[in-house]
Design a protein around this ligand. Structure first.
Ligand code: FES
Length: 150
């Protein structure tokens, strides 16, 4: 993420209520993670101690300090999805793109996480990509789901 883009985001929120959190959220949203040098820049530009920023970004799960993929992949491993084969979906994803839960592929295309029950058990097993639910996914359909994402 270049400095001009960061400065523009800061300028858009500077002086407003909750400007720090809004700046951090927008950077996270744009870049999918927040490098340390970006935190330094935000600290200096908004005149907020880096320690305060670190408290926020390490407390809230929304923020990532390690590189993340452009697309967030969640596989539900709640009881109903587990019984219906969610582990086979995880295995298939690992087979197709080479990542396990908690990992990001080398092209920064996908990051995979597991999720607890998402409340739509009748659709299990489920894969959620960037918030979009793909229900009743069979392992041989995982490739079709993933190819929709750049
Ligand atoms: S167990 Fe997967 S949605 Fe409930």
């Amino acid at each position: 993420m270049d400095n001009d883009k960061i400065d523009q985001i800061i300028k858009n929120h500077q002086g407003k209520d909750n400007s720090l959190i809004q700046v951090l959220l927008e950077i996270q949203d744009e870049n999918h993670w927040i490098p340390h040098e970006v935190l330094d820049r935000v600290s200096k530009k908004l005149d907020v101690p880096l320690s305060r920023i670190m408290q926020i970004v390490t407390f809230h799960k929304t923020f990532s300090l390690i590189p993340k993929g452009r697309n967030e992949l969640h596989v539900c491993t709640g009881s109903a999805c587990f019984v219906r084969g969610s582990t086979r979906l995880i295995d298939k994803i690992q087979n197709l793109i080479g990542i396990k839960p908690g990992e990001t592929d080398s092209e920064l295309k996908f990051s995979m996480e597991t999720s607890n029950c998402l409340g739509s058990c009748n659709l299990g097993p489920e894969i959620i990509v960037d918030g979009k639910h793909h229900g009743r996914v069979k392992p041989d359909k995982v490739k079709d789901v993933l190819k929709k994402y750049e």
